[in-house]
Design a binder for this molecule. Structure first.
Ligand code: HEM
Ligand SMILES: *[C@@H]1O[C@H](CO)[C@@H](O)[C@H](O)[C@H]1NC(C)=O
Ligand SMILES: *[C@@H]1O[C@H](CO)[C@@H](O)[C@H](O)[C@H]1NC(C)=O
Length: 518
C-alpha cells in the first residue's frame, strides 16, 4: 500500500528546519574535526616532547610511531665511509647528544666519546638490547638477551671456541688449510666474487659459489655443528640472507617486510639446528664440535643451559661468524686495491715470512708465531675496521634515568653508540677519511680505548674479534703470496652503499693474474 501524501510530508519540512539541521551537522562535524585535530596535535606534541624528569637532549622526534625511521635508513652512496648524513646533520645542529625515534623506539644518539665509554663500562645501567625486532629474530634466549652470570657463562663458552687459545691450538691450522684450498679452487676460475651478494647464488663452479662469504660461513658452521653443505643437501646459509636488514626494523611479521623474511629464515635455521641436536643425542661418538660442548653442558646435573639457549646461541653464532668478517675482507680488498703502496708493503711482509721458513717448511702453513709477526697486516685490518665501521651502531637500553652532562636519558630509552664518531673524528685520527694503515705505527691500544671501538667495548666487547682478524690475515696472506704482487682488476661490483650498514649491491668480483715467477 502506498500512503498517499507521503512525499508531501517530506516536502512539508519547512526550509528553516532544514537549514537548522544542516547547521547542526556542520557544527557536529567541525567539532569532531576539531577534536581529532586537537587529539592528533596533542599526540604529536606528546611524541615530540616525551616525558622526562630532567632535561632531554635536544632533537626532533619526527612523526608519531614512524619517527625518523625513513630518514635514518635512507641509503647513501657518496662519502660512503663518512658518518651518515642523518647523524652528521643532527650532530652539527644539536651537539654530540641528540634525541630521535627510529623503529618505534625512543633513542638518544651518542657521538660523545665520554658517554660511549660510560655506556660500555656500565653494563648494569645500559643493557644490550637491539629492539623488539632483534629479540624476535635472534631469539628470547640469545646471548644478546642474557645479563649477568648467564651472559658471562655463554661468553666464556664462545671464547672457548673462537678465543685466542683455541685459535692458536687448533683453528689456525685448519683455517689456513681451508683458505689455501679455496685459493687453489679460485685460481683457475680467474675471477671470483669476494662477497656474494645475497640473492646471487651460484657464480662459478658446478655447485658452490666460491666466495669468501661461502667459505667463511661453511667453516663457521663446520666448527659449530659439523655442518657439511655438500652432504646436508640444504643451504643453511640462505636462511641468513637479508638478516641485517631486519635486525633493527619495525617488528611487523607480514609478508613483504624485512622482518618477516628474517623470521622465516630463523624458523628454517632453528629447525635445522634442532634436527641436528636430536640426531646428535642419538649418536655415540662425539663430533668434536661446539655443539658437543653445549650438549655436555646441558647434561650436567646442575646445568644452567636449556635447549632454547643452545638453539639461540648457535643460531646467532652462525650469523656472527661470517657476516661481519666477509664484509671486512671485501672492504679490505677494495682499500688495498686502491692503495698500491699498501699492497706492496703487504706483499713484502708475507714474502718475508715465506723466505724465512726453512726450505722443507715452505708448504707447512702459517704458524702462530708467523701470524703474530704480521704487524703491517694487523695495521691494515685495524685501519679497515676503523674506516669502514662494519658494525655501524650499537644499542643499549637504560634501566633507570641516567644523568649525563646536564641531560637526562629516561629509563627505557635506547642509547645509540656510533663507532664512526670517534673513528672519523679529525682530532683523534688525522685526515680520517684517508685509508692509511701507517697511522697505527707504534700505537699503544687497549680494548678500553675510547678512540677505537670497532669491536665495541667493556664486558660486551666482541668475542670473535681475534677469530675475525685471523681469518682476514690468512685471506690476505694467501692472496698476496699466491698471486705475488698480484695484478688484479675489479671486473664487476665494488660499489658500496650504506643504509646505514655496509652493503655491496653487486659484490666485488676481482680478476687476478698470477705473477710470473722469474
Ligand atoms: C670484523 C668482524 C667483526 C666486527 C667488526 C664485530 C663487531 C662487534 C661489535 C661492535 C660487538 C659489540 C656489540 C655491542 O656492544 O652491542 C660485537 C659483539 C660480539 N661479536 Fe663481533 N664482530 C666481528 C666478528 C665477529 C665474529 C667472527 C664472531 C664470532 C665468533 C663475533 C662474535 C661476537 C659476539 C658473540 C658478540 C657478543 C659479545 C657479548 O655480548 O658478550 N664477532 N662484535
Ligand atoms: C615491543 O614489545 C613490547 C612487549 O611486547 C611492547 O609493549 C612494545 O610496545 C613493543 N615496542 C615496539 C616499538 O614495537
Ligand atoms: C689493532 O688494534 C688492537 C685493538 O683492537 C690493538 O691491540 C693492536 O695493537 C692494534 N694493532 C696495531 C698494529 O696497531
Amino acid at each position: 500500500m502506498i500512503l498517499p501524501g507521503n512525499s508531501k510530508l517530506t516536502s512539508a519540512i519547512p526550509f528553516k528546519v532544514l537549514k537548522v539541521r544542516l547547521q547542526m551537522l556542520v557544527l557536529v562535524t567541525s567539532c569532531l574535526v576539531a577534536l581529532v585535530v586537537i587529539s592528533v596535535s596533542h599526540r604529536v606534541y606528546r611524541w615530540r616532547n616525551p616525558k622526562c624528569k630532567g632535561k632531554l637532549p635536544p632533537g626532533s622526534m619526527g612523526i608519531p610511531i614512524i619517527g625518523e625511521t625513513i630518514q635514518f635508513f635512507t641509503p647513501y652512496k657518496s662519502d660512503v665511509f663518512d658518518l651518515s648524513p642523518f647523524i652528521k646533520k643532527r650532530a652539527a645542529r644539536y651537539g654530540s647528544l641528540f634525541r630521535t625515534s627510529v623503529v618505534g623506539q625512543l633513542i638518544v644518539v651518542s657521538t660523545d666519546p665520554d658517554l660511549n665509554h660510560y655506556v660500555f663500562q656500565n653494563g648494569k645501567l645500559f643493557q644490550l638490547w637491539y629492539t623488539n625486532s632483534s629479540t624476535g629474530i635472534l631469539g628470547k634466549e640469545s646471548i644478546a638477551e642474557q645479563q649477568g652470570l648467564m651472559h658471562k657463562h655463554l661468553r666464556n663458552l664462545v671464547l672457548n671456541l673462537v678465543g685466542p687459545g683455541n685459535l692458536k691450538e687448533n683453528l689456525l691450522k685448519e683455517m689456513d688449510t681451508i683458505t689455501r684450498m679455496h685459493f687453489d679452487k679460485w685460481a683457475p676460475l680467474g675471477t671470483f666474487d669476494v662477497k656474494e651478494e645475497s640473492g646471487n647464488v651460484i657464480l662459478f663452479g658446478p655447485r658452490y659459489c666460491y666466495s669468501s662469504f661461502n667459505m667463511i660461513f661453511n667453516y663457521g658452521a663446520l666448527k659449530l655443528i659439523s655442518y657439511d653443505e655438500s652432504k646436508s643437501g640444504r643451504r643453511l646459509q640462505e636462511c641468513y640472507t637479508a638478516m641485517l636488514d631486519g635486525i633493527v626494523s619495525f617488528p611487523l611479521n607480514i609478508p613483504g617486510t624485512a622482518f618477516h623474511k628474517c623470521m622465516e629464515g630463523r624458523k628454517r635455521a632453528v629447525n635445522f639446528i634442532k634436527e641436528t641436536i636430536d640426531k646428535r643425542r642419538m649418536m655415540e661418538t662425539p663430533q668434536g664440535d661446539f655443539l658437543d660442548l653445549l650438549l655436555k653442558e646441558m647434561e650436567n646435573k646442575d646445568a644452567i643451559l636449556t635447549e632454547e639457549i643452545v638453539l639461540d646461541l648457535i643460531f646467532l653464532l652462525l650469523f656472527l661468524t661470517f657476516e661481519s668478517t666477509s664484509s671486512a675482507i671485501t672492504v679490505a680488498l677494495k682499500f688495498i686495491k686502491e692503495n698500491p703502496a699498501v699492497l706492496a708493503e703487504l706483499t713484502n711482509e708475507h714474502e718475508a715470512i715465506l723466505q724465512s721458513r726453512a726450505k722443507s717448511d715452505q708448504d707447512s702453513g702459517v704458524t702462530w708465531k708467523e701470524y703474530k709477526s704480521m704487524t703491517f697486516t694487523s695495521m691494515v685490518i685495524n685501519e679497515t675496521v676503523r674506516l669502514a665501521n662494519i658494525a655501524t651502531l650499537m644499542l643499549r637500553k637504560t634501566v633507570q634515568d641516567v644523568e649525563f652532562k646536564g641531560y637526562t636519558i629516561p629509563a627505557g630509552w635506547l642509547v645509540m653508540v656510533c663507532p664512526g664518531s670517534p673513528h672519523l673524528n679529525p682530532v683523534m685520527y688525522h685526515n680520517p677519511l684517508e685509508f692509511n694503515p701507517w697511522r697505527w705505527e707504534g700505537q699503544e691500544l687497549h680494548s678500553a680505548s675510547k678512540n677505537f671501538i670497532a669491536f665495541g667495548g667493556g664486558a660486551r666487547h666482541c668475542a670473535g674479534a681475534d677469530f675475525a682478524k685471523l681469518q682476514t690475515a690468512l685471506f690476505i696472506h694467501h692472496l698476496v703470496t699466491k698471486y705475488r704482487l698480484a695484478i688484479w682488476t675489479i671486473v664487476k661490483g665494488g660499489e658500496i652503499v650504506r643504509k646505514p650498514g655496509l652493503v655491496f649491491p653487486n659484490g666485488l668480483h676481482i680478476k687476478i693474474s698470477e705473477k710470473n715467477e722469474q
